[in-house]
Design a protein around this ligand. Sequence first.
Ligand SMILES: [Zn+2]
Ligand SMILES: [Zn+2]
Ligand SMILES: [Zn+2]
Ligand SMILES: [Zn+2]
Ligand SMILES: [Zn+2]
Ligand SMILES: [Zn+2]
Length: 532
Amino acid sequence: MKIWKNTGMQKTIIRSIVCLMILCLLSSFAVSEDVSVEVFYRDGIISLKYMTVESARNAAESFTAAGSYEQAPEYRQYALSLIDILSMDEKDVNLKSMTTRLQFAGENEEFRKSLAENRLPSCESLVQYIQARQHEEAGEYIAALNIYKNIRGLLDSMDRRINLSDMAYQQAEELYRNGDYQAAAEIFQNLDYADSAEKYQQVLASHEHQWIEATCTEPRTCAVLGETEGEPLGHDWAEATCTEPKTCRRCGATEGEPAHDWQAASCTEPRICSRCGAAEGEPLGHDWQEAACTEPKICTRCGATDGEPLGHNWQEATCTEPKTCARCGVTEGEPLGHSWLEATYASPQRCARCGATAGSPLSVQIGSFVSFGRYEQDNNLNNGPEAVEWMVLDFDSANHKVLLLSRYGLDAKPYNTEYGDITWANCTLRTWLNGDFISNAFSAEERAAILVTEVDCSAAQGYGRWNTSGGSNTQDQIFLLSFGEANRYLGVKYTDDDDGSNIRSRITPTNYTLKAGAWTSKINHTADGKPS
Ligand SMILES: [Zn+2]
Ligand SMILES: [Zn+2]
Ligand SMILES: [Zn+2]
Ligand SMILES: [Zn+2]
Ligand SMILES: [Zn+2]
Ligand SMILES: [Zn+2]
């Protein structure tokens, strides 16, 4: 620009130049006295405590005069208020500057530290103090008093409380006079003053109630002063429905949630609301218990059935058990009982079905007679052979063996068909007995029952006085008694005199035997008294 004109623009340019100059100075730290004060204002207000009110004012004014800082008046106020607080010149505390200072403290850590070091009131207390002062200015004495009570001892709060109490009392009196009972009562009620309680009662007594009728939750209440009478009405509840919660018929207040009246789910139905029929979830399904012999598959919950009973799984009756169901154990009828086969000499009574036995095998009495085999005896060949009777000589119950001796003389045969020295082993009688005789007299089955005996032919079996060899031992089914055996079984003795000891060894021949040439003695009878 070449031409300078005397305009506002010129002033702005000049200020800008000053501004630039200051900035240059700041950056180079080559500060003049005035400028350095301003720097403290901006970044290190802590240092202000060493300033006098005068110097702070000067500092601010010099900047204002320079016209470079719009906030200069505020900085001045910071300075003044801080100096006021530090010097405890409480009455002069400037609220606006203090508020600004607190904002500054909020942003400046160094400044907050400085407050603490100097045991100054906390920022929170100062904020309250400022609020109280603002209430005071607005004529809200009770609100201000309540704050001063809480920040007792801060700055001039005590003096202010005393002063404010007086002012509030006077304010209430005036309100009362003017008929503003509500405002007056409120002040008297909250004022800690000598007769404020009496005054409150006075206000109560002199006002005209404007009753607001009781509601569900509030008692009858005076609109003027808010005093109450009686109790709230309480809600007039209508029970919850499926879709609406419990609701007050009077005021519409609700409680809880809507609820269906659920009936528990069953096997086949989900849970159902008895009121509105709504359904929820799934049926439980049957809880089946498997079918049994007489019951079909059945639901333990509802008793529903499926299919047929299984029927019994019969096990046939046995000798000792009736017909029985293998599954459930029920029985039908009686046990069959054993099907006994007669006892034999070899085995006791025995069940043909189950093999159970009872009792003992038959026993045989020695000396008794049994029938076994058939042989011609009456010599009447037309009527066939007759049953052969045998006497039991010996009975071995352990081995089921009997030794039998024919009761009658069944045939007449020579010991040997040719005369000469011959032992039992080789005689024709032995051959005949175990050949023709055994074949004729016994069936094949009977022959099978006749045991083979080891026949002892030693000298011990013979007469002791005779010195005759008995020959070799033999194995025979049928044989003759030796002397030793006759002695043992029949009591026959060897003696020169006929003492009758051999009577039991005598036998009577049959007619057939007589015919075959047997001879009988008329003197020597058998034990039965018959001719032998
Ligand atoms: Zn009232
Ligand atoms: Zn209600
Ligand atoms: Zn329902
Ligand atoms: Zn069921
Ligand atoms: Zn069964
Ligand atoms: Zn049986």
